[in-house]
Design a protein around this ligand. Structure first.
Ligand code: ADA
Length: 560
């Protein structure tokens, strides 16, 4: 079985992981309606017969039980229709965020669960489009079945804050759902760091939700430092009038603060210097459905490379990956889904709704991860047009309405035309000197920096170089300076990295990218092997010369 989270999320609520062997039937193409046994989670591209399948596929399994059932899907690529005993119980768009379906009073006995996944491109899909990464198909993250009582904990939001006397405090909000048709009273209590947190009682309206809020002090709490990432289990429990425990939810939290001051990003009051990597959820063997061990191995390579940060380009990641970042003290730039959309693509009638859903689901699911230090949106979209700007404005406002405890940013490539740099807290640019053009890195960066400071409202804000990079094909060795060789890639990265890290005006850099990834075949003409080959390791994590080049810079005493 797979691992769902890096810690137990319930001691009271009964959960059953539905990972395992399911039946898969493609609904389109020459093998339509044939049946195959497949692993869940997985991508259908991992099966030789479906390596390039684009369309719909039906996944089927059975389970037994009854009562109030909550089905949680951590990720289905990219659209899902979920059916219980033949009846649709929910639909969802977007491969990279979790969703759930609730069914009350289900009769005891055997049940059939079907999930129809669809990775097709059409006007209906504004975010999953032919792109410089692959929109894999299938149930790509775990599926979990939960038995919930009539009143249960929907979610829990934890916001730490350092008190004036140096003692950690936290504001907590518990959302409680009532499935029954009458109002219900419950008491809400939590434990954290040896403190009992009493939220009092809440009346939860029939078929509705209520919130319990409180701010508590934690004199024993140790600060979450990147070098010593101390994590605590926060256990919330609901009780009825007789003091009987009804339901629980456990989150894992850390006490730390992120703040922007002038052109610095402060983590617990100290300026951070980002030495990071962009990473796609992609692996030669597993597609986007990386197992726990492969995620862990990726992060171990990142640490070996001397990196301290990862950008989840260009979509929210599996929460298990975020759990591991929390544990290892790796900073995370988490990004909502969108890459390189033109103004016309942003005008797709589904764009606003699909983006807003993705952002909402990302924030609700990932709010408590201490490693996430910044939220990003809309990589390289139309921040240079009025219409595009209005989308950036809306999306940043949506994030700030939920989370004021982290800065927000977007990675732009619109130098020198960007008209949206007044909007984010942190300004970020993707640059490729030496790869897409020949201007020397240091000179190009300095020109951009002067333009930012002299001509834009981005002046004085922290500035991250969110991408630098160059292509290199694993095993292609020539020393005549030709592009795509490992030698040339290593040389360009060395030059770009030294230019960025020695520039006093930047808060740091994210290398594009960690590992080679597959791209949509529709983009193959600019991408040898139908891959984006800018990884410092290839899709099987074999090291290129760039690995040692980046490691040498990241670990050099010159760039502490
Ligand atoms: C962009 C983009 C990446 C990738 C990269 C490249 O900056 O953000 O997704 O496409 O360029 O490889 O050119």
């Amino acid at each position: 079985m797979t691992v769902i989270r890096a810690f137990e999320t319930h001691e009271i609520r009964h959960q059953k992981e539905l990972s395992g062997v399911w039946t898969f039937s493609p609904l389109d193409g020459p093998r339509a309606d044939e049946s195959f046994s497949v692993a869940v989670p997985s991508c259908w591209e991992s099966y030789p017969a479906f390596g390039d399948y684009r369309g719909k596929g039906r996944y089927t399994t059975q389970f037994s039980g009854g009562g109030n059932l909550r089905l949680v899907c951590k990720g289905v690529g990219h659209s899902a229709q979920v059916l219980l005993d033949g009846e649709t119980i929910c639909t969802h768009y977007g491969a990279y965020t979790p969703f759930d379906a609730l069914r009350t009073g289900v009769a005891d006995g055997a049940h059939t669960l079907e999930i129809i996944a669809d990775n097709g491109f059409s006007e209906d899909s504004a975010l999953h489009v032919a792109n410089d990464y692959h929109s894999y198909g299938g149930i790509t993250r775990p599926v979990v079945l939960e038995w919930v009582p009539d009143v249960f904990v929907q979610r829990l939001a934890f916001t730490p804050c350092l008190g004036v006397d140096g003692v950690w405090e936290a504001q907590m909000r518990v959302t409680v759902t009532n499935l029954s048709s009458r109002e219900q009273w419950v008491a809400v209590r939590a434990t954290l760091c040896g403190v009992d947190c009493d939220f009092g009682g809440v009346d939860v309206p029939a078929s509705g939700q209520a919130e319990a809020e409180g701010t508590f002090r934690f004199p024993q709490a140790q600060t979450y430092h990147l070098s010593q990432p101390t994590l605590y289990l926060l256990k919330v429990c609901l009780y009825d009038g007789e003091g009987r425990a009804l339901d629980d939810l456990i989150e894992r939290v850390g006490f730390r603060e992120v703040r922007v001051e002038g052109d610095k990003i402060l983590f617990n009051g100290e300026p951070i210097r980002i030495k990071g990597f962009n990473r796609h959820e992609d692996h030669g063997q597993f597609g986007s459905a990386l197992p726990f061990q492969a995620m862990d191995a990726d992060l171990n390579l990142l640490l070996d490379l001397g990196a301290n940060a990862v950008r989840t380009s260009h979509y929210p990641n599996d929460e298990l990956f975020l759990d591991l970042c929390d544990e290892k003290g790796i900073l995370v730039w988490e990004e909502s889904h969108a890459r390189g959309l033109s103004e016309k693509q942003m005008q797709n009638p589904n764009f606003d709704r699909q983006s807003a859903d993705c952002i909402r689901e990302m924030l609700l699911a990932h709010y408590n991860h201490p490693s996430i230090f910044i939220w990003g949106i809309l990589n390289e979209c139309a921040s240079d047009t009025q219409y595009g700007r209005s989308c950036y404005e809306r999306q940043l406002a949506q994030i700030r309405a939920t989370d004021r405890s982290r800065p927000v940013t977007f990675a732009s490539c619109k130098y020198p035309w960007d008209i949206s740099l007044d909007l984010p807290d942190v300004v970020s640019f993707n640059i490729y000197p030496g790869w897409y053009h020949d201007e020397p890195s240091a000179q190009y960066l300095q020109e951009m920096y002067e333009w930012l400071q002299d001509k834009t409202p981005g002046r004085g804000k922290p500035f991250i170089v969110s991408e630098i990079g160059a292509g290199g094909i694993y095993g292609y060795h020539v020393s005549n300076g030709l592009k795509w060789s490992e030698e040339k890639q290593a040389q360009i990265l060395d030059d770009q990295l030294r230019a960025v890290l020695s520039h006093p005006g930047t808060a740091g850099v994210f290398v594009w990218m960690f590992a080679d990834c597959r791209v949509s075949p529709e983009n193959f003409y600019a991408r040898p092997k139908t891959m984006n080959n800018k990884g410092v390791v290839d899709e099987y994590r074999r090291r290129k010369l760039a690995y040692d080049a980046v490691k040498a810079v990241f670990t050099s005493p010159d760039y502490r």
